[in-house]
Design a protein around this ligand. Structure first.
Ligand code: S3P
Length: 170
């Protein structure tokens, strides 16, 4: 198994939790792109958005993708906006199997109610924001990926579906 296993999807879709489960099963290294950027910059994602602004953060994401695809096969759990970038999509799809954790805006709203660490969800009307964001982003998330419906499912069931697909691919 030399391909990366990549998780993409909206904030609150469970990438971190599913990534941890997959790591437990496979012992492949687990990398979370947000956590890696936070570690390297010494700032939280919220602090980065406030001080350096979003384009700066997106540039850090591109650098991280570039670097990770050259490393050993890993589980890469991505920040929700990372896969919207065309270079990131190409790099990840050609060096790994990419799984889109798909959920409705309503489901995501429930799961991100306490979203203080997510700058893009700050403020009023959480659900409307998620609906608009999902509508804009869905086509990118579905580009070259395996969509996995997560609604109401336990993490192990989602993880097992992903692993079966990952192991089936060359
Ligand atoms: C973002 C999602 C966040 C984080 C940043 C931007 C997005 O990651 O990268 O706040 O654009 O959807 P999670 O999906 O892990 O919350």
């Amino acid at each position: 198994m030399s391909k990366h296993l990549v998780l993409v999807g909206m904030m609150g879709s469970g990438k971190t939790t599913v990534g941890r489960w997959l790591h437990g099963e496979t012992r492949l290294p687990l990398v979370d792109t947000d956590a890696l950027i936070e570690e390297r910059t010494g700032m939280t994602v919220s602090q980065i958005f406030e001080k350096e602004k979003e384009p700066w953060f997106r540039q850090r994401e591109k650098e991280v993708v570039h670097e990770l695809i050259q490393g050993p096969a890993s589980i890469i759990s991505t920040g929700g906006g990372l896969f919207l970038d065309g270079d990131n999509r190409r790099n990840l799809c050609s060096n790994g199997e990419v799984f889109y954790l798909r959920a409705s805006a309503e489901e995501l709203a429930k799961r991100t109610r306490k979203a203080s660490h997510r700058p893009l969800l700050h403020g009023e009307d959480h659900l409307s924001k998620l609906r608009i964001m999902l509508q804009d982003r869905q086509r990118y998330y579905e580009d070259g990926t395996h969509p996995i419906d997560i609604g109401g499912r336990p993490v192990a069931s989602i993880g097992r579906e992903i692993l079966a697909l990952y192991r089936k691919t060359p």
